[in-house]
Write a protein that binds this ligand. Structure first.
Ligand code: NI
Length: 172
């Protein structure tokens, strides 16, 4: 495993519409391992392949262990993820490892259902609400070249991040 460099906005590689992964690929396991390691090092809750310059529809998510979510602490790798159902709305604080130092309230669905393949190329379905739902939407946006700032009505909505205690920012 290796840490990879996280690209920062406005790098154009963050704006690519990523390609679907066509079949099992021998580089995929290493990419997924590196995404997890890089995400953990950056204390994020998610990281998408284009954030490390790889234009493929691959992303990882891990909700912090102490978070009240059935998926807390689980490593979730998603290949070719697609949102098949969205319900509810909220506007949580959101940050991005590619836009360090800023957060904003972003309008998201409360819950999403996502179909994807796992790293063993098995199809699976995951439903996430709250932070998990938010992270899934944020990561799938990355695969389409969309950043959370695109979802704001005005850049004035961005606020400098104030880290309190050791709280992870929840950036992805
Ligand atoms: Ni992000």
């Amino acid at each position: 495993m290796a840490l990879r460099e996280i690209l920062h906005h406005p790098d154009e590689r963050l704006r690519v519409k990523c390609k679907r992964v066509g079949s099992r690929d021998i580089g995929l396991h290493r990419l997924i391992d590196d995404l997890f390691e890089t995400m953990e090092h950056a204390r994020g809750v998610g990281l998408a392949a284009p954030q490390v310059g790889v234009p493929l529809r691959v992303t990882v998510v891990r909700i912090p262990e102490d978070y009240d979510d059935p998926a807390a602490g689980q490593d979730i790798a998603l290949i070719n993820p697609e949102i098949v159902k969205s319900t509810g709305e909220w506007e949580p604080d959101e940050g991005c490892l590619s836009i360090p130092g800023y957060v904003a309230n972003v309008r998201r669905n409360w819950a999403v259902t996502v179909n994807a393949r796992d790293r063993r190329w098995r199809e699976f379905r995951i439903r996430g609400d709250g932070l998990l739902g938010q992270a899934l939407q944020h990561e799938i946006d990355h695969l389409d070249g969309v950043l959370f700032v695109d979802r704001l009505e005005s850049p004035d909505q961005l606020r400098p991040l104030e880290r309190t205690r050791d709280d992870p920012a929840g950036a992805a």
